[in-house]
Design a protein around this ligand. Structure first.
Ligand code: TXE
Length: 492
């Protein structure tokens, strides 16, 4: 068992009241590390440190060009340490080493991109309608940003917040998930090495209900950036509203992967598998509903089931493993409950449908890749986010019906479309109520492209130019060019 510490004001500290949380390895089901269980006092310390750093000339007066250079340096350090950070994430949340290595090796791009953007944020000169005034705008940082992140892609989802927040000149208090904290605490060491002034980034570990809540409601926190479940997201939004704080929320979904009759079925099978079984379904963009045209339904389902049946389960640290464990025992129980909900609702289980009982899964928290057919759009299993390897197959007859079913959910994070007809692809992608639509591909993301949800899947966008706006506020500056102040009793 190894102990890790939290980062506050450039110092590594234990929780003020000395409490610890155990971090579990989902493959063995046993604790492997301890992280501080922060409390309200730790949030007070971290927010105070971030507030001080925000006003300190070392950060406040640093040129955006110099800030950008720090971010690019951080990107270089992430590239250097990518494989080590990936191995920690695999140990801590059970996701595949092949997936985490890919994420970590790609992650520097966010720091390079937003480092490059830091000094390209420009204000405007307004051609103002008052002859004796000069009016211009400035884009300014908000202050202390609270970044609250989930367990499924701990560092990547944090990076989507940290890179633009820092590029814009904010300071940050980051609360990683209690289920996968260690990579955040190791990653935290790189800020000092990159040359960020102390206090610009602070990390407090602990429980959401304790430190998360205290952080969101802290009066010195100016903005909340959150990724997690929609129930928690709604609660965070309500708490932030009381302080009139802007939020970005990324809250998961029930994304539809639509297989049209003219699709290349082999590709569509791979796309549907990548949408639901990669990452063991523990991803906000999980394509958890496959909408399949009736003409190709049986052929598609046969190919899909055959392909999914061959997926190699086992130790996520082995590069050849294709399906690893789920991150927590509670999440496993939740997934198994949903499997019962599907059965009780009348869905037909074609594959899996239980906890995995295979020697290669050891004592880990594994659920068999599960496919249900004969799912009706109104069943609970077709409406609620499972966050596990459970796929619903829903047949449709034409494009209108596919659209109706795809959009018949309170979520709207992503959708996939499999067709050879580009006219159909353009028409359907326009009418799908989702923040991201993939045509003949799935799960592609980039530092350059905005990502976020429609409807209950969230507010605001991460990545791309749009993400910078989430961390800036606009100021209008008026300068009189006339000599005299006119009648002071009348509005100008
Ligand atoms: O997420 P939470 P949990 C979904 C998934 C999963 C469910 C619950 O369906 O089963 O959410 O998972 C912090 N104030 N997703 O419990 O609660 C918490 O400590 C402030 C979807 O892990 O949303 C963690 O850091 N913060 C998803 C973060 O919020 C609070 C990713 C997310 O935790 C808080 C993960 C509070 N009151 C789960 N309560 C996605 N969209 O990708 C918790 N937190």
């Amino acid at each position: 068992m190894q102990d890790y510490q939290m980062l506050c004001d450039g110092k590594w500290i234990d929780a003020a009241d000395g409490r610890w949380l155990e971090s579990y390895d989902p493959y063995t089901g046993k604790p492997w590390a301890r992280v501080p269980q922060g409390g309200p006092q730790d949030i007070d310390r971290a927010v105070e440190s971030a507030r001080r750093a925000f006003h300190d000339p070392a950060w406040r007066d640093m040129t955006p060009t110099a800030r950008g250079a720090l971010l690019r340096k951080l990107g270089d350090l992430v590239a250097r340490d990518a494989d080590n950070l990936a191995a920690i994430e695999t140990r801590d949340n059970g996701k595949l080493i092949s997936e985490m290595r890919g994420q970590l090796r790609y992650m520097p791009q966010w720091y390079y991109y937003f480092g490059g953007l830091a000094d390209k944020v420009e204000g405007r000169v307004i051609p103002i309608d008052k002859a004796d005034c000069f009016n211009f705008t400035r884009e300014e940082p908000l202050g202390v940003v609270a970044a609250i992140t989930p367990w499924n892609s701990p560092l990547l989802l944090a990076t989507w917040k940290l890179a633009p927040a820092l590029a814009a000149g904010n300071t940050v208090v980051w609360k990683p998930s209690e289920h996968s904290t260690v990579s955040a605490l190791v990653f935290g060491r790189l800020f000092e090495e990159a040359g960020f002034p102390p206090g610009v980034v602070n990390i407090v570990s602990g429980l959401g209900s304790e430190v998360g809540e205290k952080l969101v409601t802290h009066p010195d926190v100016a903005k909340v950036a959150f990724t997690g479940g929609d129930q928690t997201g709604q609660h965070v939004y309500e708490m932030a509203a009381r302080g009139i704080k802007p939020v970005t929320l990324e809250l998961g979904g029930k994304s539809a992967n639509i297989v049209c009759a003219d699709a290349d079925l082999d590709n569509a099978v791979k796309g549907v598998v990548s949408g639901i079984f990669a990452a063991t379904g523990q991803t906000c963009i999980a394509g958890s509903r496959a909408l399949v045209h009736r003409d190709v339904h049986d052929a598609f389902v046969e190919k899909l089931t055959a392909f999914a049946r061959t997926a190699r389960m086992g130790d996520p640290a082995q590069p050849q493993t294709q399906i690893g464990p789920v991150t927590t025992r509670a999440q496993m129980a939740k997934i198994l409950d949903y499997i019962e909900v599907a059965r009780a609702g009348g869905a037909r289980c074609l594959l899996g449908g239980a906890a995995a009982d295979r020697p290669e899964c050891g004592e880990g928290w594994f659920v068999e890749p599960t496919i249900f057919s004969e799912v009706r759009p109104d069943m609970r299993i077709a409406q609620e986010e499972v966050f596990g390897p459970v796929l619903c197959i829903i047949p449709f007859g034409d494009d209108e019906e596919a659209l109706r079913i795809a959009n018949d959910t309170r979520y709207g994070l992503a959708a996939g479309l499999w067709t050879r007809d580009m006219g159909r692809a353009l028409n359907l992608s326009r009418r799908l109520e989702a923040g991201t639509v993939w045509v003949n591909t799935y799960r592609a993301t980039s530092f350059m492209s905005p990502f976020g949800g429609y409807k209950r899947s969230g507010i605001g966008r991460e990545s791309g130019l749009s993400a910078m706006r989430e961390y800036l506020q606009e100021k209008s500056v008026w300068i009189s060019t006339g000599g005299d102040v006119p009648n002071p009793f009348v509005m100008r």
